[in-house]
Design a binder for this molecule. Structure first.
Ligand SMILES: C[S@@+](CC[C@H](N)C(=O)[O-])C[C@H]1O[C@@H](n2cnc3c(N)ncnc32)[C@H](O)[C@@H]1O
Length: 251
């Protein structure tokens, strides 16, 4: 298990951060940690640091930057095609593996109402901080109104508690063990993989997602990896592939 803590200085830390650390069971350090991973506030934004190891840089989740970087061509992207958003349409999408929210933002940008779920406490807290940051800006972008606050839950367990067909589409982008690294050139996502480790239970998530989706479940995979099950069809991109599982006869 990766050592993870939150550095909250006694004099400058906020009660809200103390409460969040308690809620997510993160040990609080009063001085900067010298080993392991830790969260800390950098200029009011929550950042993930790595005290040791070769890549000691802070990671901040910036949703507006993602939208700006990926908006060009988004409507024709494999993600849009796989999720049924190649034409503007309203639908409810659950991003079951929200991570740093890169795909959640794009799904909201494309017009979907998006419910992001993330089970890793540090990754959830970075995403939650980014969501608050976007929503507290004086003029939030239009897509922000379609991005619900992230929830700190295990999606497979959470789906079981939801009424059937709660979402039109459920999207999943689980972290895969060895092959994933080549498909993720971004340092942030590679770092995220080191922190959270591979998602060995993606099969269970796919099964639970089938219960909560009305129309389709979409799984992002490495281009050469074996599908989790037998998809209805596939949308192939350069390094990744989207496996689309249609529910019933849904288009
Ligand atoms: C490859 S990352 C997702 C990256 C994300 N698509 C993005 O755009 O930033 C996978 C994430 O899914 C989360 N995850 C995996 N299985 C999950 C589950 N059953 N419930 C909630 N989160 C899960 C992991 O903790 C990890 O943060």
């Amino acid at each position: 298990m990766t050592a993870l803590s939150w550095w909250i200085a006694e004099t400058t830390g906020s009660p809200e951060d103390e409460a969040l650390a308690r809620e997510h069971r993160l040990p609080v350090q009063r001085t900067p940690p010298t080993t392991g991973w830790y969260l800390a506030r950098d200029n009011a934004r929550l950042a993930l640091h790595r005290a040791d190891g070769p890549r000691a840089y802070p990671l901040i989740c910036d949703l507006a930057a993602v939208a700006a970087e990926r908006a060009a061509g988004a409507r024709q992207s494999p993600l849009a095609k796989a999720c049924g958003l190649a034409r503007p349409t309203t639908m409810r999408v659950c991003d079951a593996t929200a991570g740093l929210g890169r795909d959640s933002v794009m799904l909201a940008w494309l017009g979907a109402m998006v419910t992001p779920l993330e089970r890793h406490p540090a990754i959830y807290l970075l995403l939650h901080d980014a969501w608050q940051h976007v929503h507290s800006s004086p003029a939030p972008p239009a897509w922000a109104a379609r991005l619900e606050p992230p929830q700190a839950v295990d999606a497979a367990r959470w789906f079981i508690e939801q009424p059937p067909a709660t979402f039109d589409t459920i999207y999943m982008d689980p972290m895969f063990a060895a092959t994933r690294r080549k498909a993720q050139p971004q340092k942030a996502l590679a770092w995220l993989g080191e922190l959270a480790g591979p998602d060995m239970d993606a099969d269970d998530l796919l099964a639970a997602a089938h219960q909560a989706a009305a129309k389709r479940v979409v799984v992002k995979q490495h281009a050469r990896s074996t599908p989790l099950a037998s998809p209805s069809y596939q949308i192939k991109a350069k390094a990744v592939r989207f496996d689309v599982y249609l529910i019933g006869n849904s288009p």
